[in-house]
Ligand binder design. Sequence first.
Ligand code: GRF
Length: 206
Amino acid sequence: MRLAVFASGRGSNLQALIEATRAGRLDALVALVVVNRPEVGAIAIAEAAGIPVVVLDDRLYADRVAHERAIAAHLAAHTIDLVVLAGYMRILTPFLVGFLYDPTLGQSRIVNIHPADPAQYRGPDGYGWAIASSLTQTAITVHFVNEELDSGTIITQATLPILPTDTLDTLRARGLAFEHTLYPEALQSLLPRLKGGRLCVVSSGS
Ligand code: GRF
């Protein structure tokens, strides 16, 4: 199973996924890393691991679909089976969601990890939202991706307790450590559902 990990930042989940594949906890290969900014930490992580990385700066494309067409060409060239969003700060358009649609799975072959319950909070700052909301617990969610922000069918969801002493920094650190275990486990549990399917790949030039 050939994964493409998309990242826009630090890349700690990318690092965890690479380690899980190499430790045999995730029966897959991170075959490609896609980033949308030239300065992000995920690039160095991919390079250190010897994984091909493509930098496709979204600001250099006429629109979102043009950017995604460029991405799709790389996915096809690397025969990617599953796209794994790991801190990728872009909402996908119907073009890429359709490009990766698997009719057997009934889903696009794109997953994301979201540090909240999407029913409660969608957006880039799940841990900040949880602290600001004075919650006693929050959630970490792995879900299929569609064209809407942090939406799509949930694959797995775990509860993350929030301690009275937690600050944003301590909650984020504990949450990220939790993500690093949950994400590879969720992907491993998903693999059997991907084996019989196929991508309904449309031409990236269409
Ligand atoms: C993580 O909290 C993830 O859940 C969210 O974005 C953050 C990415 O962190 N979608 P990192 O770049 O993997 O360290």
